[in-house]
Design a protein around this ligand. Sequence first.
Ligand code: ZN
Length: 118
Amino acid sequence: MDTERARDLLTAELAELEDRARFAERTRAETSGDPNEEGALGQHPGDYGSEVATAMDTELLVDTVADQRRLVEEALARLDEGTYGRCLVCGAEIDDERLEARPEVATCREHADTPVVT
Ligand SMILES: [Zn+2]
């Protein structure tokens, strides 16, 4: 994988994640109010159940987006260090097809499920 191409992909992904993070955090702020008051989203108090479900989904989304952002930021850091595109477990080059699909991955296919502590 060309490093310029990798940087383009990662930068685009980071921008999209920042948008999603802003959206998720705004939604979380709107759904975490007092359930006895009419919600900022305009639900009636009787919609308490669905409002809680939405708040939980939003919490999960905020976490997921934050995790993904961290992975992309780490991949950008590896680009700067010149170690991008190599498996953090075995050091093998990660194939282009895998990087094209998920430019933030830090491991080869063989170690796809290996937890990497960074
Ligand atoms: Zn590996």
